[in-house]
Design a binder for this molecule. Sequence first.
Ligand code: PEP
Ligand code: MN
Length: 298
Amino acid sequence: MGGRGTDQGVQGASKTGPNRARREVRPEGTRITVGRVEIGGPGFVVMAGPCAVEDAEQTEQSAAAVAAAGAHVLRGGAFKPRTSPYAFQGLGEPGLHLLAEAGRRHGLPLISEVMDTAQIPLLMEYSDILQVGARNMQNFSLLRALGKVRKPVLVKRGLAATIEEWLLAAEYVLDGGNEQVLLCERGIRTFETAMRNTLDLAAVTYVKQRSHLPVIVDPSHATGHPGLVVPMSLAAAAAGADGLLVEVHPWPERALCDGAQALTPERFQDLMNRLPAVLGAVDRFLWKDSPVPAVGTR
Ligand code: PEP
Ligand code: MN
């Protein structure tokens, strides 16, 4: 196992297992297709929407706004892991239904969180990507069960997880036979209290270099401040991330969950306008169905 600061091999390398996440397994990188969107190739993918599905109107307005701005995947939690048992826990299956309807209307595939093995069949029915939340990153029975599904699984980094622990969480899913795993850096706990978490952007570059799995950045939970979400999204693109998972709400001040960090539709549009310049500087582009015009067709 790699020691602190080692430049050899992969953090998460296990001497007793195959270490399926390491870059050498697939040097060209893993590409995951969701609907018509490809994640992990040169195209940069933006997943956006509310923290939680609240009602039909909020879901429709969120989907309409992110689709109009050019997002590729619609996010929205129906099962919410809340710190307090008295906080809004999500709508459950009716929420998944609202999300699916909105996704269909706006042509967007979905990402939504699965909190428990018992919820897997429902999420398989409604969602295109199954999200494992930060609090569940070491729920090993959930990870093992997700190794058996045949849909992409996004593994968020735990609140205080090392890179090695995060990669080993992904390893559980890979070891079960599911090769469609995405990693998501969403900020970690440090001594710093000015922001909700500390966005570990070096971890993004580090993991991209050492693993073949696509890496997504969630600047919303990572910072907790809408004013930091756009700059950190641009920084994530420059750091080599394959995409973003961003919270957007049509009326953040009325949100039932995480309104304080949500982008308004206007701010989200601003982010989408700014991304191409940064992506161009690192030889990437915002994902489009036909991103590269054929040579000689003009
Ligand atoms: C979320 O994305 O809705 C969420 C709960 O995030 P995290 O698990 O990173 O806290
Ligand atoms: Mn949230």
